[in-house]
Design a protein around this ligand. Sequence first.
Ligand code: NDP
Length: 332
Amino acid sequence: MSPINRRIVLASRPQGAVTADHFRLEQAPLAGLAEGRIRVRNLYLSIDPYMRGRMNDAKSYAQPVALGDVMIGATVGEVVESKHPNFAVGDKVTGMFGWQDYGTSDGAGVRKLDDTNVPLTAYLGAAGMPGVTAWYGLNKIIAPRSGQTVVVSAASGAVGSVVGQLAKLAGCRAVGIAGGTEKCRYVVEELGFDACVDYKAGNLFGDLKAATPDGVDGYFENVGGEVLDATLSRMNPFGRIALCGMIASYDGQPLPLKQPSILLTMRLLVQGFIVSEHLEYWPEALGTLATLVAGGTLRYRESIVDGLEHAPDALIGLLHGKNFGKQLVKIG
Ligand code: NDP
């Protein structure tokens, strides 16, 4: 009898916050594998904030997931069947195989992984897409010089943790903003940032001012809302803002800027970006990040939930800041 593939599909579109009812777990026997294709057993699924946007049927940079389709997602896994000349059974790979036990592919967009010195899961985090996002926004938009101050929000997370560590390696003062004392302690004591501001402690403007005595030259924005307002008020003339994410508004909350005139008076450069539109930089960035991870220079933390059936809860938790570091689901 064929093995069963479990998959989680989008059952309905959220209006506001995501709940478990927006997903449905389905099961079906695996179909035979066609010539020229591989079958991959997914071992870990990456849970990312962009998944919230794909649940909406709204104009954006990417197509939404269709109702009834398997939820989109990057995975790392192992080739269990191959009718493709470039892949062998046992190869470790990463690809966009989605929220399911098994995926098949003609090999396009599938990358072989070497897990000798870099753990497989890191290829979904610091040595994967989130790491490249940090690398691109920091190096290509903020382009900090040694001695400058770089601030990053969601600082303990998959992207933010890499931003601050790369900024430190570039000789900058790295200041994080994160939710809670535990996350802030980790950012400073374990990741080596110079300071971290707990935006939930009730004194965001004052605490950020104290942490950035020379102002802010580069801001890597992951959150939006009051965190963006507070950081804008600390920007130095000709500062650069890499607009990476605005997770505080992903459920549709309007988050107006309180002082947009700062953009003009400080002559700021604000550049939004989507990392998948800059594929020409990925080989360089992935190579650098993998080397840093393998050498223990680039540190990271993971929140791993066990079982595909818990993927919806993992996404809901991420959208409420319950993750601590890169959010993953262990499938295999
Ligand atoms: P994280 O690992 O940082 O997890 C998300 C974090 O966001 C939470 O842990 C929480 O941290 C914070 N958060 C969640 N909800 C809120 C809220 N309502 N207000 C303030 N903070 C909140 O996720 P990633 O590192 O994967 O992603 C970080 C950002 O980067 C996201 O905005 C994402 O969309 C964006 N991104 C953009 C890409 C691009 O190409 N532009 C590519 C990849 C990611 P805390 O507890 O500290 O508040």
